[in-house]
Design a protein around this ligand. Structure first.
Ligand SMILES: N[C@@H](CCC(=O)N[C@@H](CS)C(=O)NCC(=O)O)C(=O)O
Length: 99
């Protein structure tokens, strides 16, 4: 139980490679500057990434906790594997846009 929580919290699952099509979902909220940074990158790269707003959409925050083990946003789900940290998310998206 604790191990599962820790693994979720630290996002231990291997991040899927960015070289093939993936199912993406971005957890965010609009007042979050780190989320804005990711949103700007998505726009710049011309990607279409569906989002869940953890402040506006009922259940989205609880969903994020269940999936990622915490409430931190932005969190990009890549084929259901959570990737945290805006700089890492932007770097992954940049590679994904080049696939
Ligand atoms: N270093 C992180 C910072 C992310 C961050 O601090 N997000 C805040 C919102 S602006 C947050 O999710 N706070 C709630 C939490 O950590 O549970 C990044 O660059 O993505």
């Amino acid at each position: 139980m604790i191990r599962r929580w820790l693994e979720g919290r630290r996002g231990r699952a291997t991040v899927p490679s960015a070289d093939v099509d993936r199912r993406l979902l971005l957890y965010k909220f609009d007042a979050c500057p780190y989320c804005q940074r990711v949103a700007v990158a998505i726009e710049r790269l011309g990607l279409d990434v569906p989002t869940r707003d953890t402040r506006m959409e009922p259940g989205a925050r609880a969903e994020l906790v269940r999936i990622a083990g915490g409430t931190q946003v932005p969190c990009l789900l890549i084929d259901d594997v959570p990737l945290l940290e805006s700089a890492d998310i932007v770097a992954w998206l940049e590679a994904y846009a080049r696939r």
